[in-house]
Every structure is written in C-alpha cells, then in structure tokens.
Design a protein around this ligand. Structure first.
Ligand code: FNR
Length: 373
C-alpha cells in the first residue's frame, strides 16, 4: 500500500510482515516463551485512563523535550535494535536519516548490521548525535576496541549499557525458522554477521558476559570520556532503580535508566515498564529527581507515550516500530512512523488540556485499574 495509507503503527506492522523475509520476521517479531510480557507491555497501557481538563487554551502545543541535555522535538527515541538490514537495505542508516529529519535520538545497537563509524559518517546525518548501546563481552578487549572506535568518531553522546539479557531469552519462533536452514551467525565485535543454524537471537549473544556487576561501571567509565552520560538499560525493579540513583549516580557513573524488558525478549512474565514506573513512584520517588528515567516496550500510540510521561518517564523508546516502518518504505516509513506518533501525542496533549510535556503529571491519569493488577 501507499505510504499515505498508513494511518497507525499497526498498519506498518502488517505491511512489514508481508515484506520481511520469514527469518527476519521471526527474529523481529519473536519474544521469549509464551510472549506474555511482549503482549502485556502494550495491553497494560489500556489499564491507565486519561483525565482531560476543560477550558484550556490548546491552540498551540509543544512536544519539545530533552534527553541527557540534548534537545529533541519529541519525548521519543529509537531504542537499540540489532540487524536493521533484515528489514531494508538502508538498515540503521535509514533509521538514522529519519531520526535526523524528525529530531529525535537513535540508540545504535552493539549488534547493528552496520558499523557505528559508517552510520555516523553518512553526510546526511552530519549534525546528529547518537547514543551507543553496549553488550559487554566476555573478552573485554573486544568491548574496549568497539568503544574506542565509537568514541573516536566524536558523534556518540551517551552510552547505553544493556543489562536485562545476560543470557538470551528462549525465542522459539526465531529458533524454528533458523532450524529450517542455515541462516545466521555471531557478533564479531560491533558488527553482526549472518550464517549458522541456531536462532539469530541466540547466535548474536555468543560471547556476551553473564557476570557483570555494579562495580564494572568503573571499568566502563575508564573506556569513555569522563563526562559522557551512562544509561543503564533493562532495569525492572524499584530496588535496582534506587541503587542506581542513590549509589551510582552520585559517583557520576549513572545518568539515566531505561526501564525495559527488552520488548519481552529476555525474561518472559516479567512486569511491563509502566508497572515499574508505578513501583518507583510508590517506593522510591527520589529516583526521578536524581536521574532521568525512560521506558520502552509496547508503544503503539501517542497516548501510550503520554501515559508513560504522566507517570514519570522523561522519554519513551520504540523498538520494533522503527524496524516495521523501515521494512516496507525505507527511511520514509520510519519518518512517517515518527510523524504519526507526533500527531497522536499532540492530539492527546491538546485533548488533555496541556501545552507542554513538562505539564504532564499523575493528575492526568487514573491508574486505579493498574494499581489493582
Ligand atoms: C531489540 N532490543 C535490543 N536491545 C538492546 O539493548 N540491544 C539490542 O541489540 C537489541 N536488539 C533488538 C532487536 C530486535 C529485533 C528487537 C525487537 C529488540 C530491545 C529494544 O531495544 C527495546 O527494548 C524493545 O524493542 C522495546 O520493545 P518494542 O518497542 O519492540 O515493543
């Protein structure tokens, strides 16, 4: 269908399923075990209801936001996702172009299908800043090398350290397709290749360390500039959020946390980020004033983004949605995906009676159903 016919993110997902190869689709769509968490990530947004106010001047509305000091046009970013070239030949570059035109941050995966250096050297993105996501390898030298190349470009604004996947989740759809033929292979330190007979997810994890500890943040700091923000990705409890905020933020070793269950691809039956936000609000509200808190997982509507902001998220990430946008239409599809979210966020804010993202707060939502879950 024509790009203009794509009205929402679900439309893009349907098109993506038609154009992506069976193995690519299995890898993107799949999640662990029974997909309970993947599905719940989205469905839980329906348990939070909005509380619009009347007699507000909503002629103008601004969605401008900030993430780690960078100004963005939306409280939205693209989460790190491996292997964008399975969706479209333009791969991570296509997503980068779209993020650049729309003014949002893209986090580049450690398992991207293109090197960070190549993505950022594209003249079209010459003014963009990127975040780089790291999986620490057993062989630390590999990670040190990757980081030094990334830092040398001068284009990385922050490091995102993913922590929810010390071992790959059991993604059966991915494994079934892989077993049908020789398909994928391993992460060779910053650029993923394809060619073995296991699932792509499992193959990409080969070499990833299963023994990272909080103290390893000191190691990470030594590899990157002293003032480069560090974001921990994959926190799923208020306890860990509190440790990050009270013990590691003061040392300058954590600047943000991305509450995430990896889109349901790591531990199945773990709680959705919206519930983690609620835990933090209840038991550790001081987290919000010491570090930036983000969420990702299950975002399909502007209202989802707004609800997360009302409950304390500073920005919200999309994972699969960017890949699905890319699949059928290349960078234009990703751009349109972001624009759709922009229009939906603006409409939601106007209907709520607010003019800026800073105004959004718990007063705009009814969470009684969520709290009873
Ligand atoms: C991911 N995700 C991910 N996360 C990460 O830190 N490093 C990575 O390399 C990848 N790779 C990856 C590949 C694919 C195909 C998907 C779908 C996801 C997780 C990603 O950053 C994000 O947390 C989720 O995708 C968010 O959920 P939604 O938006 O896909 O529902």
């Amino acid at each position: 269908p024509a790009l203009d016919a794509m009205l929402n993110l679900d439309d893009f997902e349907k098109t993506a399923q038609k154009v992506i190869s069976a193995k690519g689709w299995a890898y993107y769509y799949s999640a662990s075990d029974d997909l309970v968490t993947k599905v719940y990530n989205n469905e839980v947004y329906r348990k939070v209801l909005l509380r619009p106010r009347i007699f507000k001047d909503v002629e103008t509305v601004s969605t401008v936001s900030k993430i780690q000091g960078l100004v963005t046009t939306l409280p939205l970013f693209v989460s790190p996702a491996a292997m964008a070239r399975l969706a479209h030949p333009s791969g991570e570059k296509g997503i980068a172009h779209a993020c650049g035109s729309e003014g949002i941050v893209q986090m580049i995966s450690n398992n991207a299908s293109m090197k960070f250096e190549d993505i950022v050297s594209d003249p079209i993105v010459s003014t963009q800043k990127f975040f780089y996501q790291l999986y620490v390898q057993n062989d630390r030298k590999i990670s040190e090398n990757v980081l030094s190349k990334v830092i040398a470009t001068g284009r990385c604004h922050a490091i995102v350290l993913t922590l929810d996947a010390p071992t790959p989740g059991k993604r059966e759809a991915d494994e079934r397709v892989a077993n049908d033929g020789k398909t994928f292979s391993e992460n060779s330190g910053g650029i993923a290749k394809t060619e073995t007979s296991e699932g792509l997810g499992r193959a990409l994890f080969a070499g990833t360390s299963a023994r990272l500890l909080w103290d390893d943040l000191h190691w990470l700091r030594k590899q990157i500039p002293a003032d480069m923000p560090i974001i921990l990705k994959g926190l799923q409890t208020y306890e860990d959020a509190l440790i990050a905020a009270t013990q590691w933020a003061p040392k300058g070793l954590v600047h943000g946390i991305l509450l995430s269950n990896h889109g349901g691809r790591a531990m199945d039956q773990s709680q959705p980020p919206l519930m983690i936000l609620q835990e933090i609000r209840k038991y550790a509200p001081e987290v919000f004033s010491s570090i930036e808190v983000y969420v990702d997982g299950g975002i399909r509507r502007g209202t989802d983004v707004v609800k997360a902001l009302c409950l304390g998220a500073k920005q919200v990430g999309i994972g699969r949605a960017a890949l699905y946008g890319l699949a059928g239409y290349g960078e234009q599809g990703v751009q349109r995906t972001i624009q759709i979210l922009r229009e939906e966020i603006e409409t939601c804010m106007r209907l709520l009676g607010v003019n800026s993202v800073e105004e959004l707060g718990p007063q705009h939502v009814n969470t009684r159903q969520l709290d009873n879950l």
